[in-house]
Design a protein around this ligand. Sequence first.
Ligand SMILES: C[S@@+](CC[C@H](N)C(=O)[O-])C[C@H]1O[C@@H](n2cnc3c(N)ncnc32)[C@H](O)[C@@H]1O
Length: 236
Amino acid sequence: VRLFPGRQSREEYLRTQIERSERKFRYCKVSIRDALRYRGVVLGDLGARGLPAAPGPILCLGTRNGREVDLFRVAFFGSAPRRLAAALLEHHGHSFRALCPPLEAWGRSDAARPGPASAVGVEVNPRGARRDVWTGSFDEMPAGWADAFGVVYSNSFDQSQDPGRTAREWTRVTRPGGYVIVGFAKDADPSPTDPVGGLRLADVLALFPGELVYYRERGSRAGHSEAVIRVAKGRP
Ligand SMILES: C[S@@+](CC[C@H](N)C(=O)[O-])C[C@H]1O[C@@H](n2cnc3c(N)ncnc32)[C@H](O)[C@@H]1O
C-alpha cells in the first residue's frame, strides 16, 4: 500500500471526497453482471460448505448515486426473470446505467432496518441519501451494525483515509463467515482524491483476515481487480 503524502485533516478529507463525488455523481462503475458474478461466487461457496443460500443482508460502501445498491438487491434477491431483464436492460457507456430505472429501483430496502433480503448502502455525499442509503463515513458506521451483514461490497477502498481503520470497520460490520468483496485499482498511484494507492492482492489479504474464495485481476467490467474474502473473525 502507498498512501498519499501530506495527510489531510478529517474535514479536508471528507470535503475532498464529497466534492469529487458531486462532480461524478451520475456515474456508476458497477455493472449488473459484476453483481451477478459475486452472487455466483458467494452462493457457490455457501453451497460447497453445505450452508443455506442465505447471504444477506448486503452492505455497499461508497455508493455515490446508489445504483449499485439496487444492483446487489436485484442480483442476490430478485427473481430469475428480473435478473435477466436487468442484465439485458443495462447501457454500458463511460459507466453503466439502467435503461429501465424502475426495474432496478422497485422494492428498495430500509437502511434503518436491514433484514435478511436487504441491500443497503453508505455514502458520505449527502446527495446520495436515500431510504436504503445511510449518509456518513464508511470508517465510522453505526455501532448497532456490528456482525450485521453477510456481504459487504465496495470499490471505494482507494478513497479511504486510513486503510487499517477502514478495513477494521468493514470487518466489524461483517458477520463471522460473511464475505467482503473489494474492487480496487491495482497498483494505482495515490492522489488527494484516492489516498490509498499501490494496492495488490497481498495487501487486501493482510487487511481482511479470512479465506480468499475468488480473485480476478482487472476482472470487473470497469476494470477493477476484485477479491472475495470469507471473513474469519477473532484472528490477530
Ligand atoms: C470512486 S467512487 C465509487 C462510486 C460507486 N461505487 C461506483 O462504482 O460508481 C467513491 C464513492 O465513495 C464515496 N466515499 C469516499 N469516501 C467515503 C467515506 N469515507 N465514506 C463513505 N463514502 C465515501 C465518494 O463520495 C464516492 O461517491
